[in-house]
Design a protein around this ligand. Structure first.
Ligand SMILES: [Zn+2]
Length: 134
């Protein structure tokens, strides 16, 4: 994995980076099949029923925290971020996993409404999904 331009040395993960770009510009979306199953890009096939006819649907502005966990000992790429809170939020047809920003676990409950945006991992300078209080 070398990059002769000397810029980013990581490979762009097409579908997921497109998804992060969309979230970053406030145009988050998910994929919906004709049966109404939601899934997250990148996908060509509905993971629930195998339909290949997936449409882009705008992500709701807010989701509700479903579960959360404080990470004290992180994987190497997130070591400098620890401790941080990672959460799963329910955005209706889809669930997103991200890090919590501007909120501590103590201020958080199942059902807390959050918006999703982009945060940076302090360790690897990678973009991550970040939840913020509404
Ligand atoms: Zn489906």
């Amino acid at each position: 994995m070398s990059d002769e331009s000397g810029e980013a040395d990581r490979v762009r993960d097409e579908g997921f980076d497109d998804f992060l770009d969309a979230i970053e510009s406030g145009e988050g979306f998910y994929l919906e099949c004709p049966e109404g199953h939601g899934s997250l890009p990148p996908r060509r096939v509905c993971p629930h029923c195998g339909a290949t006819d997936l449409e882009h649907v705008a992500l709701p502005e807010t989701g509700e925290i479903e579960t959360y966990t404080t990470v004290h000992v992180a994987a190497p790429e997130f070591a400098d971020d620890a401790p941080y809170v990672t959460a799963v939020a329910d955005f209706g047809a889809v669930r997103l996993t991200g890090q919590l920003r501007e909120l501590d676990a103590g201020e958080l409950d199942v059902g807390t409404e959050v918006t999703v945006g982009i945060g940076e991992s302090e360790t690897a300078d990678e973009r991550v999904l970040a939840f913020r209080p509404r």
